[in-house]
Design a protein around this ligand. Structure first.
Ligand SMILES: Cc1cc2nc3c(=O)[nH]c(=O)nc-3n(C[C@H](O)[C@H](O)[C@H](O)COP(=O)(O)OP(=O)(O)OC[C@H]3O[C@@H](n4cnc5c(N)ncnc54)[C@H](O)[C@@H]3O)c2cc1C
Length: 333
């Protein structure tokens, strides 16, 4: 497509709130747009989203494309992709960033395939070189990084992992250009209909992607039953429970708890790793945590090279002592 300009961010909402990863994308989009002298535009779908626009007006962006309609309240590949594709054809963006969430991973490839343009999935960094978007992506089990460019087609599209970029911070309010997208979808014409919504995670399971504190367990925990020891510490700290892939593959924890390259990348203030060795694939998922505490009985475990505090010993002894001490301390405060 000729004449493409501006950097777009698909702002994903969850329960009528902006997902944290969207602020990371907005932060990066501002940097990219500055380098290429373009504008930052947000694309938001849903109904009753005036408070979302109000929130975005504190993030120094230029424009919001607003798909405000009841039919866009719930994600349907059919509706979201058709509205998005029409929008792209009309306003010709240069770059479009999607979060590498379940929704983004479903929506972005449909759009890219329909427009016959490239898409780099699961980027961990983005830059601009010679007018092209440089999309950094991990390969060979996270051991190498590759930079991908799509020089021949526009728009350039990428999905971006959560917790790998600096979030855009709210500053002073600015005037944003609001472009309302006319939605002309006839519900009776849709091939897919939502009959019922079933939550797959129970409300008492804290999601790891936006948690402040995570207590994770690995193969060293030994069994699903033993995970209770980890969970008790998490409960005292009001933390989310994470797991290594080994613990997930063993069936001790669900996939939604998996931290790492093929799980979720996390960036909490505190990450406590219990019985986790610290392989590259786990480290790429948690190494940006502000403080890392490792508990492992093997002094030579690689995790000790990356942690801020390391405790050598059996987690079955150490974790209950920590839990008890913290319970006492926190009840005094
Ligand atoms: C393509 C690919 C993608 C992958 N993606 C991921 C991913 O997303 N996330 C991930 O985690 N892995 C991932 N892996 C797997 C990864 O390579 C490792 O196999 C996995 O991380 C190991 O998990 P672990 O540290 O729990 O187990 P191990 O490496 O077996 O380590 C267990 C540790 O527990 C310690 N231990 C044992 N008993 C105790 C005790 N009683 N007290 C204290 N410490 C104890 C041991 O000393 C050891 O260090 C991936 C692999 C591939 C090839």
């Amino acid at each position: 497509m000729e004449g493409c300009k501006n950097v777009w961010v698909f702002v994903e909402l969850k329960k009528e709130k902006i997902r944290g990863v969207s602020f990371e994308l907005l932060g990066k989009a501002k940097e990219l747009a500055k380098n290429s002298n373009e504008k930052v535009c947000a694309v938001v779908f849903g109904s009753n989203i005036s408070k979302i626009c109000e929130e975005l007006s504190y993030h120094a962006i230029d424009k919001i494309y607003l798909g405000e309609h009841k039919i866009l309240d719930d994600y349907l590949a059919e509706t979201y992709s058709s509205v998005f594709i029409d929008l792209i054809k009309k306003y010709l963006p240069n770059i479009i960033l999607f979060p590498a969430t379940k929704l983004g991973r479903d929506l972005a490839p449909r759009i890219a395939a329909s427009l016959e343009v490239g898409l780099t999935a699961d980027c961990i960094d983005l830059g601009i070189q010679d007018g092209n978007l440089v999309q950094t992506h991990t390969v060979y089990g996270g051991n190498y990084l590759v930079d991908i460019i799509c020089p021949n087609k526009r728009p350039q599209m990428a999905t971006v992992r959560s917790n790998v970029m600096e979030k855009s911070e709210a500053t002073k309010k600015t005037q944003i250009d609001l472009v309302k997208i006319p939605i002309e979808i006839e519900p009776s014409q849709l091939k897919t209909k939502i009959k019922e919504k079933i939550e797959t995670t129970t409300s008492d399971v804290k999601p790891i992607d936006e948690a402040d504190i995570i207590v994770s367990g690995g193969r060293g925990i030994g069994s699903a039953e033993n995970f209770k020891i980890v969970e008790e510490l998490a409960e005292v700290l009001n933390a989310a429970v994470g797991a290594s892939r080994a613990a997930v593959d063993a069936g001790w924890k669900p996939k939604s708890c998996q931290v790492g390259q093929s799980g979720t990348v996390v960036c909490p203030n505190i990450y406590i790793a219990c019985g986790i060795s610290g392989t590259t694939q786990h480290l790429v998922g948690m190494k940006s945590s502000k403080k890392i505490i490792a508990i492992n009985k093997d002094l030579n475990a690689p995790i000790f090279d990356f942690c801020d505090y390391g405790i050598v010993g059996d987690y079955k002894v150490i974790v209950p002592l920590l839990t008890e001490a913290l319970r006492k301390k926190l009840s005094q405060d």
